[in-house]
Design a protein around this ligand. Structure first.
Ligand SMILES: Cc1cc2nc3c(=O)[nH]c(=O)nc-3n(C[C@H](O)[C@H](O)[C@H](O)COP(=O)(O)OP(=O)(O)OC[C@H]3O[C@@H](n4cnc5c(N)ncnc54)[C@H](O)[C@@H]3O)c2cc1C
Length: 598
């Protein structure tokens, strides 16, 4: 069976030694989150991920979910009791509002936990994960009555949540949604329509399922301007929260798919189901975006998670498997052959994955901390800057971590040779599971367009300017240190490439928007590399200072950080140049060939 140990030491290093978690003590929830408490929570989470969820990962993949003729869905063996244990341990309410039964701890801490859960079992993690997004949307946009009816049950995990956007004719283009909502005299609505691909749409884990559904109120304007958000519970609660009648929403079928078999992907039928408007009429997309932004970060973490578990298993295999001889004097003649790990090309594969994973973890936690500042700071300017950065980083993280995360699962599979292709080792499942993260929550091409088309120009470029300023100022902190300065130099070069690409868009995309669209995916990856490189400089800085101060038995661990930083700068950071070259080649090479020639 595949192995997984959650990287608690790394999370702690990033949060406390690199990102200065304790400097956020002024924010609510942080005063209870001292180093020891955080470490204890993470250790418990690591144990839960390893002991409860990892053993179900292959079971879930093999068994999948089953639907009976009445439309009830059964999850794989062991999921129900693991879900109960998850709720009882309080994992679902870690960062949630204490007024509704949550613990109110930092979002950054909950994000670290999300990584552990999704890494051990991505299909399982989606059930509570989607609920988190639904909680966020109801918290921000729900009426007081809706909040008191739904939030505490969802935060405890007794009720779960879903997001219902997609219809067969409406995927990326949500303006094409047809599900209809008809107002009733009592203020409720009757919904009719069919949704497809709804994750966790029906299952046996929670006693109720709260669907957040996009639909068009009769007579609403065409396109995205006429879409509203509704809460549609599977079982309709009465005013005191007790479960009542079954609503007319059902799972018509389960999709057969490439991965995440343990998660039920449902076609959902709304046959005059009762729902209630969330937020304002025709402003449903805005409200749903709250849920999607939360979900996008969680999906980014799925990319990192599959990359991490693939790395851990590939590294263990490379240390153990004996094949061939080393080309230099590290060969061990007492054994019939040397371990795979002696071969430079195997090391290249493992180091590329690991150098990505550790920087990606830091970038996720850096962004999650911005989320804490954006939602919990008393200072309006600070809140706004943090919110800008979060908005900017969300498409970058979603797109880059899932694209590269998936590629890394393939690279890790390669480390095992033919054994990587055989189901027993688990490597092919990581690749199959990781693949969908590039597609849902807005396909990655759409993330790139969101970055270039919306996030860059918003408020006159305020977010990108603040990001560039913060990175430049931090890079100055390394001074002329003989280890750190050579690490900062490639990031400065990457920043120059990013600025050149941004400037090129400003000059060439106004008159011809295809110039921005054709370069958007490269821009997103260029941005991601700068973010990851920046994290490596900060991690190297913290590691170097600790080594200088005398790190005792942690020295080797910290020196590995410096080795990885050097690898990243030498082998990965130079890719910014290729991205810039593609961006500035413009749209013509992409658009010139006529449709008939395809
Ligand atoms: C396993 C799974 C689970 C899912 N879970 C949910 C869920 O819980 N809730 C939910 O509502 N949906 C869910 N989805 C749906 C998912 O979000 C959509 O599949 C996704 O948004 C893309 O829509 P589509 O499949 O219709 O592709 P399309 O919109 O047809 O897009 C196809 C391709 O064209 C590109 N494209 C489309 N339009 C443009 C454009 N304007 N510019 C450039 N490129 C473009 C896209 O990037 C994509 O690569 C799930 C899907 C899967 C596979």
């Amino acid at each position: 069976m595949p192995i997984y140990e959650a990287p608690v030491a790394d999370t702690m290093f990033v949060l406390f030694d690199v990102l200065g978690f304790e400097r956020h003590r002024n924010l609510s929830g942080f005063e209870e989150a001292g180093r020891e408490t955080v470490e204890a929570i993470l250790n418990e989470g690591a144990k839960f991920a390893r002991d409860r969820l990892l053993p179900l990962n292959q079971v879930g993949d093999r068994e999948g979910c089953r639907r009976d003729e009445a439309g009830n869905v059964t999850t794989p063996a062991g999921f129900v009791s693991a879900y109960q244990a998850y709720g009882e341990a309080g994992w679902s309410g870690l960062a949630a509002d204490p007024d509704h039964g949550g613990m109110g701890l930092p979002y950054a801490l909950a994000t670290a936990m999300t990584e552990y859960i999704t890494t051990a079992n991505m299909a399982f993690g989606m059930y509570p994960g989607l609920t988190q997004g639904a909680i966020a949307a109801l918290t921000l946009h729900g009426s007081e009555e809706q909040k008191s009816l739904y939030l505490s049950k969802m935060i405890s995990g007794e009720w779960s949540g879903t997001m219902n956007l997609t219809e067969s004719q409406a995927g990326t283009d949500l303006g094409l949604i047809r599900t209809k909502a008809t107002p009733q005299d009592d203020g409720s609505y009757v919904l009719s329509g069919a949704k497809i691909f709804i994750s966790a749409g029906e299952h046996d884990l929670s006693e109720n399922i709260v669907h957040l559904v996009l639909a068009r109120i009769e007579g609403a304007p065409e396109g995205t301007k006429g879409i509203s958000l509704f809460v549609v519970p599977k079982l309709i609660p009465n005013a005191n929260g007790a479960l009542g009648a079954r609503n007319a929403v059902s799972c018509g079928s389960l999709e057969h798919k490439m991965g995440i078999h343990g998660n039920a992907t449902c076609a959902m039928n709304y046959d005059n189901a009762i729902g209630w408007l969330v937020g304002e009429e025709n402003k449903g997309l805005r409200a749903m975006f709250t849920m999607m932004n939360e979900a996008r970060l969680a999906v980014a973490v799925q990319g990192l998670g599959q990359s991490e578990i693939a790395y851990q298993n590939a590294a263990a295999y490379a240390k153990d498997r004996l094949q061939g001889r080393a080309l230099d004097d590290i060969r061990d003649l007492d054994r019939p052959a040397d371990p795979l790990l002696v071969h430079p090309d195997v090391r290249r594969m493992l180091l590329s994955i690991r150098a990505f994973n550790e920087a990606a973890r830091a970038l996720v936690l850096w962004t999650a901390l911005k989320g804490d500042v954006a939602h919990r700071s008393d200072d309006e300017t600070e809140r706004q800057t943090a919110d800008d950065t979060m908005g900017l980083m969300t498409p970058v993280l979603k797109g880059v971590l899932t694209d590269t995360g998936f590629e890394n699962t393939i690279v890790a599979q390669q480390v095992l040779g033919g054994h990587g292709y055989i189901a027993e080792w688990g490597m092919e499942q990581f690749a199959r599971d990781a693949r969908v993260a590039m597609i849902y929550e807005g396909a990655n091409g759409i993330q790139a367009l969101d970055l270039v088309g919306r996030k860059l120009p918003a408020n006159g470029g305020r977010a990108i300017m603040a990001f560039l300023k913060e990175v430049k100022e931090d890079l100055k902190n390394v001074g002329d240190d003989d280890v750190l300065a050579p690490l900062a130099a490639p990031v400065k070069a990457g920043l120059d490439d990013l600025e050149a690409a941004t400037w090129w868009f400003m000059q060439h995309a106004m008159a011809q928007p295809n110039n921005a669209a054709a370069g958007s995916t490269d821009y997103m990856h260029l941005f991601g590399l700068v973010g990851l490189g920046y994290m490596w400089v900060r991690m190297a800085h913290a590691a170097r200072e600790q080594i200088r101060a005398g790190a005792g038995d942690r020295t080797a661990w910290l020196e590995a950080k410096l080795d990885l930083a050097h690898f990243f700068m030498a082998r990965i950071m130079p890719e910014t140049k290729a991205h810039l070259a593609r961006i500035t080649s413009g749209a013509d090479v992409v658009m010139k060939m006529p449709a008939a020639a395809f």
